[in-house]
Design a protein around this ligand. Structure first.
Ligand code: SP5
Ligand code: ZN
Length: 342
């Protein structure tokens, strides 16, 4: 399997995040991607090549142009105001209160577009954000050109980013941008399987009313876990997308037997849809040693996951999302990918 990766992800280095009322060192850090890359090389998974640059129109096909502009220009304004660290909001939107009006000043815009205080925009973040989307787009073109599989080693991750909101360490929804590009390249039906520990609220929101993308997600119960607002089982899609959204919220503490039963359900749902392409939003924060998550999968389970995804027998693109147990992040990711290849 070919991997798409370059070192530009290092241009996004979060100075920290708000967690349990304290500003703590960031969990989403550059060594994550570098350790995955090192393990791919060690395991000889396949060639690693650099992403190609794509025009901004591939991003605005999914996201609000004002939000993309914020990623590019927020920091200059932040710095002019004499501030350091990353640009983060300190207020948030309120239900029913002028939700439509985009504020003019920086603090207002950050409050409008961002839904958490864990996703700072630094002076060089845009270069990493753009490169991460280019990584997914480059992998998507390998698939539409006939490859059986590809791995987009994206960083920063993407599945929490919606059309006009961002958060959860995510700025642009790399998987959604890739799916849209594949539809433009001739695919008719895409299934996105999201196995990150957290619900892919951004991906769900983007495709919720559409029938050309099926979204299936297995994640920590949002009544108890981030992103709290979306990811419940009764969210099944709307309008043309009715029946095209399948959530499997699981209790904190879930172990392999219950998790893999949900995976089997989700895979059956995907099989029934008969997608042209499968995109896997691959988070390994389901691992028992993940520092911010509460599932209990073990190393060897990631191999089983890859094997089961392969049983769909569809062209498959893996897109990197979360996973914060850096000591084992490489082995867990490579286990999924090599499980798929066997
Ligand atoms: C891509 C990705 O995995 N993003 C995850 C962002 C999670 N940020 C919030 C972490 C909250 C940690 N949970 C605390 C639970 C306390 N009961
Ligand atoms: Zn996650």
């Amino acid at each position: 399997m070919r991997t798409i990766f370059n070192a530009d992800h290092r241009f996004h280095q979060s100075p920290g995040e708000l967690l349990n009322g304290a500003y703590v060192p960031a969990f989403e850090k550059p060594e994550r991607a570098d350790l995955i890359r090192a393990e791919i090389e060690r395991a000889r998974l396949g060639e690693i090549s650099a992403p190609q640059p794509y025009p901004l129109s591939k991003l605005t096909a999914i996201h609000d142009a004002g939000m993309i502009d914020l990623f590019q220009h927020a920091y200059a304004e932040w710095q002019e105001a004499g501030r350091s660290g990353g640009a983060i909001p300190f207020t948030f939107g309120t239900r029913g209160v002028r939700e439509d009006r985009v504020p003019r000043c920086l603090d207002g815009k950050l409050a409008y577009y961002s839904f958490d205080a864990g996703t700072p925009i630094t002076p060089t973040s845009w270069r990493a954000i753009k490169s991460s989307a280019d990584t997914a787009l480059t992998a998507s073109s390998l698939i539409t050109q006939g490859e059986r599989s590809a791995f987009a080693l994206c960083r920063p991750p993407g599945h929490h980013a919606g059309t006009d909101h961002y958060g959860g360490y995510c700025f642009l929804n790399n998987a959604a941008i890739a799916a849209q590009a594949m539809l433009g390249d001739g695919a008719a039906r895409i299934a996105i399987l999201d196995i990150d520990y957290h619900h892919g609220n951004g991906t769900q929101q983007i495709f919720y009313r559409r029938n050309d993308v099926l979204f299936v997600s297995i994640h920590g119960d949002p009544d108890a876990e981030f992103p709290y607002r979306l990811g419940f089982a009764d969210e099944t899609g709307a309008a043309d997308g009715e029946g095209m959204n399948a959530n499997y919220p699981l209790p904190l503490g879930t172990e392999w037997p219950a998790w893999s039963a949900a995976l089997n359900h989700g895979l059956t749902r995907i099989q029934t849809y008969r997608p042209d392409i499968v995109i896997v939003s691959l988070g390994v924060d389901t691992y028992k040693h993940d520092p911010i998550s509460q599932f209990r999968l073990e190393r060897e389970h990631f191999t089983r996951i890859g094997e089961r995804i392969a049983s769909l027998a569809r062209p498959t693109m893996f897109v990197m999302e979360g996973g914060y147990a850096v000591e084992d992040i490489g082995i867990n990711v490579v286990n999924v990918l090599s499980g798929f290849e066997t």
